[in-house]
Design a protein around this ligand. Sequence first.
Ligand code: MN
Ligand code: MN
Length: 457
Amino acid sequence: MQRKEAEKLEYKKQYSIKTDEAELIEVEAFIKDYRHFIDHAKTERLSTVYAEGEAIAKGFKPYTPGEPLKAGDKVCYVNREKSILLAVIGKKDLSEGCRIVASHIDNPRLDLKPQPLYENSGISYFKTHYYGGIKKYQWTAVPLELHGVVYRADGTRIDINIGSDPEDPVFYISDLMPHIGKDQMSKSASEFISGEGLNIINGSLPIDEDGGVKLRVLSILNEKYGITERDLITAELTAVPAIMSREVGFDRSMIAAFGHDDRICAYPALRALIDGDIPEHTSVVMLADKEEIGSYGVTGLGSESYSDFIESLCASVGADFLSCKRNSICLSADVGGAYDPCYADAYEATNSAYINRGVVICKYTGSRGKGGCSDASAETLAKLARIFDNAGVVWQVGEYGKVDQGGAGTVASEIAHYGIEVIDCGVPILSMHSVTELASKFDIYEMLKACEAFFKS
Ligand code: MN
Ligand code: MN
């Protein structure tokens, strides 16, 4: 065999970049919609409401478990305001399995502690307990939004969303000036800012000449929302960066935003489902909570609430649940870490995903010898690759960094626990879990194409 022929045997990564004028317009339109979503749905509660609204607008009906369903029916089911499950009943019997895309809509952030309010030296603060894997030092000196719910003692509810409107005030964690930072700068990055050091400034004016900054904050909260300090104890409030998504680069080819992980997969999954035609196999989208802390809790994918939904759909169409699970396949749609040449030491270049090279299929995640992962089989990987190839979806494979460098988990293990075949696939991103993460517009669009192709398979 001559060199020229042998070269044809080599695998070469493709670009996800589009050049066709009409397709570029489609990409930009989708990115605009996506940016609206991530800028207005920075928590799992807000994402759930947003997704439900989009689905209802496209003809989805709230699902009552057990109600009879037929091909073409579109239903959505909200799980305790923090996750949402959606389905379009396909033409084939549900015993033949469904196509599930499972993503998560929670992200690393700062939760307020149950008793958050205190004052020190004329400044009023919230104590926080961080949620998920963050580099704590990134959270100082950036504007913060506050989102969540507070229940008054009488049971009435207040929704709090402050900071996303440009006219709103924001919140802030101070950092030490470098001029007197000798001791701080000598610490390692993990100790640079401690967990107990992430205290959010929320006011500075005393209630009268005798002081009382906390009292003044309490009086404002009471006048505005009718709540007391006791009501904060039972509340659920969380702080996220008050930073809106932006185009990045002279070529405007990338989007920087808070919380790409994992809305960047959740939104394409949602849109592919709600904009799609009646599929052959029933299509399901699971937008889950609590992935960032291990998928625990009743709204995390480790909860049977999710498999119950599939079981209930089976009852609604008279299909056998065990056969359905056995014949189903799930895309665990979560972000992959893109190769970062500035931190090349952490990666293995050949088996890394790259931006602008399409969606990344991850055969396994885990850490230190694939620990804790769901290692997808050759059969599943080959099947997915064929689905993508036949639909012209640009894909690549990628691991989470070099062996023994660390690792990651997704919801794949939880899906596998239900007895459903599962494989990880998502958008490669840079600066994962940072206050702003970076992704290619074309890869985001490719994720939409990937979900569409998967639902049509
Ligand atoms: Mn994720
Ligand atoms: Mn994550």
